[in-house]
Design a protein around this ligand. Structure first.
Ligand code: GLY
Ligand code: MN
Ligand code: MN
Length: 441
């Protein structure tokens, strides 16, 4: 179990402060709590950016990084202590803990934001602030200061001239994981693997998809994970061809496949794995052929993960293999390059092969620079998740494979000389998957 010390956040803030320069200020508001119905708070998800720079998890906090200020450069506005509210929803640290535990140079209760934020912004020429995050109160305040400065600058010669998306600095930092993050992603991957082993043991004809969901999520929680990073997908039969099927409400039948896509959320970091199992414990010959085609695409795509390659290269490696298989199955007809160019595979493989993975499941960071796919670098973490989804109503699909969906997904870190599969412990070949279902593997 790794433990991210508070120094990690200080080092990240130091890098941001350097990138900001003297003339800038960065303001990051955490999302408010979501209330369901009249008065039930949903479980809060701390803001990934704010957490990345502070380790702070309480709702509604506002981080200000302001280089060269009298009160220090690291300022937090937080919910104040409130014994009445704490009785209902748990302890709050208040400004005291923000200073003592999180090492803010200064911390204030949130209701002082209106008075203090304008002063913190006024001296800066560039304001880094994310628009449209749902914190309309902070957004109105920031825009008000920037608009006011436009009017007064003629006389004062001071005030912000530019409003910039903090992603230009933060997304780039978060895209290259440091050693602490890689360790946490390994742990999230390991717990996710445990969940899939529990799922494999629970699959049988007659079981409800929800039972598999319960097995997998129970294993996540037993291992100490906070929960799931996204709604668990357990799609049996034709449900596997619905990419974001999350009802998990059907009873699995003998002879079908079941596609499971799930991820543990552990200390804010996410795992994201997909595997496809034969409900009866054995693939039919046709299912196995299709499975092997997706596995071949998965292998080629993972082989392509190395510094200098791009997510477009990885996608092409997977797509080419899948299109070759679709031709071999008689589902597509023609020459492979032309089929790929015409995107003839889209009805059967409509999604990309990879996304970044980290504090967000679909993590931050641009996939392209100026329209050109960006080269991978050591420390980047991505999924590799090819799949094939054969509709129930397509005449070209062999009858025994209509309504079949297969996806195989693993989490991969780019290393100096290639890659590390963070979820390597979970079997993926057809034989290994069958053995795992029998409890041998
Ligand atoms: N389950 C979300 C994803 O694989 O991207
Ligand atoms: Mn997934
Ligand atoms: Mn994924």
């Amino acid at each position: 179990m790794s433990c991210v010390g508070i120094d990690v956040y200080a080092r990240r803030r130091a890098r941001v402060l350097e990138a900001l320069g003297e003339d800038a200020v960065l303001i990051l508001p955490a999302a408010p709590e979501i209330v369901a119905g009249r008065d039930l708070e949903l479980r809060y998800r701390p803001d990934p950016d704010l957490y990345y720079l502070t380790g702070y998890r309480e709702p509604e906090a506002v981080l200000v990084l302001a280089p060269g200020r009298e009160e220090g450069s690291f300022i937090l506005f937080v919910r104040p202590r409130d014994p009445e509210k704490e009785l209902w929803t748990g302890a709050r640290g208040g400004p005291e803990a923000a200073v003592e535990w999180f090492r803010a140079d200064a911390a204030y209760p949130l209701d002082e934001l209106d008075d203090r934020l304008p002063g913190l912004i006024a001296g800066a020429r560039v304001v880094h602030f994310p628009l449209g995050t749902g914190r309309d109160d902070v957004e109105a305040l920031v825009l008000g200061v920037v608009a006011g400065a436009r009017q007064s600058r003629q006389r004062t010669g001071r005030g912000p001239r530019a409003l910039v998306d903090p992603g230009a600095i933060l997304d780039e930092m978060r895209l290259r994981k440091d050693s602490h993050e890689l360790e946490l992603l390994r742990e999230a991957g390991k717990i996710t693997v445990e969940g899939f082993r529990a799922a494999a043991a629970a699959i049988r004809p007659g079981a409800g998809e929800w039972e598999i969901e319960a097995a997998i999520e129970g294993a996540f929680r037993r291992a100490g994970a906070e929960g799931t990073g996204f709604a668990t997908i357990v799609g049996s039969g034709a449900n596997a061809t619905v990419l974001h099927y999350t009802d998990n409400a059907r009873i699995m039948q003998a002879g079908e496949l079941v596609l499971i896509d799930a991820g543990a959320r552990h200390r804010m970091y996410n795992g994201d794995i997909s595997r496809t199992f034969p409900v009866s414990g054995r693939f039919t010959p046709a299912q196995r052929d299709l499975y092997d085609a997706v596995l071949a695409a998965h292998d080629r795509a993972i082989e392509a993960v190395r510094p200098g390659a791009t997510t477009a290269d990885i996608h092409m490696a997977a797509t080419r293999t899948l299109v070759e298989a679709l031709v071999a199955f008689g589902i597509l007809e023609g020459e492979v390059d032309g089929l790929i160019e015409r995107k003839a595979h889209r009805p059967f493989y409509p999604h990309q092969t990879s996304h970044w993975l980290g504090l967000d499941v679909h993590d931050v960071g641009d996939y392209a620079n100026d329209g050109e796919p960006r080269p991978l670098e050591p420390g980047m973490v991505l999924t590799v998740e090819p799949g094939l989804y054969l509709p129930v109503d397509c005449d070209r699909v062999p009858p025994e494979l209509r309504g079949t969906g297969i996806r195989i997904e693993d989490d991969v870190a780019v290393t100096d000389d290639g890659h590390e599969i963070l979820t390597v412990e979970l079997p993926r070949s057809a034989d290994e998957v069958e053995a795992m279902m029998r409890g041998n593997g």
